[in-house]
Every structure is written in C-alpha cells, then in structure tokens.
Design a protein around this ligand. Sequence first.
Ligand code: ATP
Ligand code: MG
Length: 256
Amino acid sequence: MKIICVMNLKGGTGKTVTADNLAAILADLHGKRVLLIDADHQGNTSSFFRWEEGATLRDILTGDAEPYWRESVQTTGILNLDMIPADISLAELDASPYFDPKRLWRLRYFLMAAREDNVYDYVVIDMPPAFSLAARAALAAADEVIVPIKLDAFSVKGMAELLRQLRSMERVNPGLTLAGVLITMWRNIDVVHQAEEILRSSRDLKVFQTTIRRTDRVDESTFQRQPLHIYSPRSAASIDYQQFVAEYLLGGRENG
Ligand SMILES: Nc1ncnc2c1ncn2[C@@H]1O[C@H](COP(=O)(O)OP(=O)(O)OP(=O)(O)O)[C@@H](O)[C@H]1O
Ligand SMILES: [Mg+2]
C-alpha cells in the first residue's frame, strides 16, 4: 500500500483535480483499491464525491473516530474507491491554542492498521495549500509526494519553499520521497514554455514527462462531479491524466 500526498503550498495549482483523477483512474481503469483522503478544510474533494454524514479526517486526528479504522471510510460510487472526507471544522485544529502532539500521528497509525488489513493498494491525499496540522499529519504518514505545478512567474519560487519544507519533514518521516512534479494547466504560450524549460533543467527535481493540458472540460467535470475519464474521456486533460497515471505506475520519470 503506497501513500501519496498531492501537495503544493501555493493555491490553485491543480492539487484537487490531480488527486481526484489520479484516485479515480487508479481505481476505475487500473482496478487498484484506492482510499482518497481529503486533508483540506475547503473540502473540495469531499464535495466532488458527495460525502455523507460520518467520520471526517478531523475525527481521526482528534481521536474521536470509531476505534476500528474501517468504520471511518465511505464509499464514493466508484468501484474500488473509498474516501475520508473533510470539512471546515478541520481548520479549527490549527486555530486551537492547545497542541496535542498525538494529533500529528493518529493518521499514520490509522493507515498502518489499514495496511495491515491489506485492503488498499493506494492512498491518495488531497492536501491544502498550507502547512496545516492535517498537512503535517499526512506527510508524517506518507511515502511519496506528487507536486502539481501551474507554470507562472511565481511557481518556481514557490517550489523552493516547498522543497525546503519537505526536507524539514524528513526529520519527522525519513521515508518520505518526492515522486515528481506534475505540470498542470499547460498552455501553448511562450511564458509557459520558458518556465517549463527552467523547471526541467533543475537537477534536483524529478519532473514527470507528461504534462496536463488546460481545457474547459476540467471545470465542467467538477461541476458535474465526475472524474474526467467518465465526463469527457477524449478531452486533452483526460488523456493526459491517464497518461500521467501510466507514467507514474511505470515509475518512468525524468531527472532534469
Ligand atoms: N487542466 C486543467 N484545465 C483547466 N482548468 C483546470 C485544470 N486543472 C485544474 N483546473 C481548474 O483550476 C482551478 C484550481 O484547480 P484545483 O482546485 O485542482 O487546485 P488546488 O491546487 O486544489 O486549489 P487549492 O489550493 O485551493 O486547494 C479549478 O477551478 C479547476 O477546475
Ligand atoms: Mg484543492
């Protein structure tokens, strides 16, 4: 069971679209058993898959969830894909003046129990654009980080900060690795070409060969609450996400 965080500290880089489509493609097109966790108090992934009353990530972090891990996961309507939702109450954990260090570790223990029961092949975590308690708890539990990046003048600068924070997380979780940076919302314009060249020439970054093209079908698919391969299988972004997942599964990555 591999645990993947989809993370970037910058907002609006395609984290949620990437996490949701990665999870849906792994489950629906590759027959993998997947658990999708929403670690963002904005709850975008949770609304996308229409969550029901029940445990949220907050309950797991605070220790209020049912003792048996399986009682805290929900089905999504997609075969092989389960979910743990989040809502705005997750943000209160960061606002609380009282810090309980156990909150940093409960998700890790939760996922260790799931790993022992051998129920999932992949856990995909949709991260918030912040180093929140939920984000740190997810990184403490994770094996890998995928970083979706939307190329613009500030994205490369933001990457340096993200890498610095990931390195600081290695103290908490030495097993954490960067699976790769994924270029999202790609457009055929000069500034994107230039930024892509800078990113790909960086020696210490793995950048996935596949880029995700920008297309209006993505916004439409989120309104329809359907993964791209169901809503618009032949759209550019749908084809790209399928290719990205194939690349990820093959482990074929480019090193600068
Ligand atoms: N390939 C794409 N083509 C067109 N629009 C896209 C694409 N990928 C994402 N978007 C749109 O860009 C916006 C931001 O995407 P998304 O919500 O996935 O980003 P995020 O990184 O999760 O944001 P946040 O930091 O707020 O959690 C959304 O409106 C989404 O529909
Ligand atoms: Mg998001």
